[in-house]
Design a protein around this ligand. Sequence first.
Ligand SMILES: [Zn+2]
Ligand SMILES: [Zn+2]
Length: 142
Amino acid sequence: MSIQIKQCKDCNRLFHSLGSNICPDCSEKVDNYFRLVRDYLYANPEADVLEVSKNTGVQESYIFEFLREERLSLNKDSEYIKCEQCGSAINSGKLCKSCKERLSKILETAAAPAAASKEKAQQQQEIFGRGLGKVHLKYGSD
Ligand SMILES: [Zn+2]
Ligand SMILES: [Zn+2]
């Protein structure tokens, strides 16, 4: 694992990162926000983003981030979060259910031939590799 110096996305301070975009302090802060929001939504499942923000004191932008990351989802579709493909209201993530299904089908069909030929190539390599090994052994024993 490599340690990088990064600038915290949240407080702009430089910190040693193991891959995170925010510093340990902010990450703790955001975790606390997350717990607040999660607990609030647990007690108030019908709440929307504005209501959650107002009652927990957590800025809307953090709540949107949680929803986008699918760490949280709203019970009802939110007009604040829209599918990146078709613009319909969704409750978490980046895509609505039908766009997700459509895209995963496209990806499956696109990935299928590539995966098949990769498997073939690997098989060929295995056979080829064994063959070479034999040849080598023969040479060695001669
Ligand atoms: Zn920070
Ligand atoms: Zn969509």
